[in-house]
Write a protein that binds this ligand. Structure first.
Ligand SMILES: Nc1ncnc2c1ncn2[C@@H]1O[C@H](COP(=O)(O)OP(=O)(O)OP(=O)(O)O)[C@@H](O)[C@H]1O
Length: 223
């Protein structure tokens, strides 16, 4: 489903270039749950943003379902992202004055379907994350774990082929983290492909496969 070939990323910096990725070859199969781990600065977030079509690599290619995504123009890439990917970040980025249901409906705004259909899809997504009863609540009336689950519902509302998550439990206590990771595991069991960056070794056990980055390279080459 995702194949990278010799992906490198250099960031310009005052003292020269920072080589964040130095040639990453990676394959993620349909239906896999892959965790990307590694020390701070090893290139995890850079790799995730490149896989997710948010940051052009300096060299190398990324193919998703056979499409070389960085050969697309900006509009084509934006459409591809919207049609194939969902994203969950450490900060929930919920809109404070919209209800949980309205937050989950946001990615559906550009789509040509009736308001009722959008509400139904958002409601289904909230049910999938166990929050059917919280649809009408504002984010400020939800716990941190519930807010993260709303963010996950929003990421999966249009049934993305791939769900990307960057430190999704970074702001949560360990019991709440376990609940959220359990939810990712359930989504995976239901067929969702997931690629997650995490510092937390406890999170790694929910994944099917863990890959480790060290200084911009895969520690153990992907087979
Ligand atoms: N926009 C940027 N400009 C310059 N350097 C950057 C930029 N983003 C990341 N870097 C550098 O690239 C390297 C990899 O960063 P990245 O954020 O991908 O690592 P990470 O493993 O996700 O780190 P962390 O776990 O601390 O989030 C680091 O040396 C970082 O300082």
């Amino acid at each position: 489903m995702i194949t990278t070939s010799n992906v490198t990323k250099n960031y310009p910096s005052g003292a020269g270039n920072v080589a964040a990725l130095k040639g990453v070859d990676l394959t993620v199969e349909t239906g896999e749950f892959v965790c990307i781990m590694g020390q701070s600065g090893s290139g995890k977030s850079t790799l995730l943003t490149i896989l997710g079509g948010m940051c052009h690599p300096s060299a190398g290619s990324v193919e998703v379902d056979g499409a070389a995504i960085y050969s697309l123009n900006d509009d084509g890439l934006a459409d591809f992202r919207a049609g194939h990917f969902g994203f969950v970040f450490q900060s929930f980025h919920l809109v404070p004055y919209l209800t949980a249901l309205e937050n989950v409906m946001l990615p559906l705004a550009p789509l040509k379907m009736s308001a009722l259909e959008k509400q139904q899809l958002a409601s289904d997504a909230l049910t999938r994350v166990g929050l059917a009863d919280c649809a009408g609540r504002l984010p400020s009336r939800l716990s941190g774990g519930e807010q993260e689950r709303v963010a996950i519902a929003r990421a999966v509302v249009n049934r993305p082929a791939i769900l990307f998550a960057d430190e999704p439990t970074g702001n949560l206590d360990s019991a709440t983290s376990d609940q959220v990771m359990g939810l990712f595991a359930e989504l995976h069991q239901a067929g969702q492909t997931i690629v997650m960056v995490t510092h937390n070794p406890d999170n790694g056990r929910y994944a099917q496969r863990t890959i480790r980055l060290k200084d911009g390279l895969l520690d153990t080459p992907d087979s």
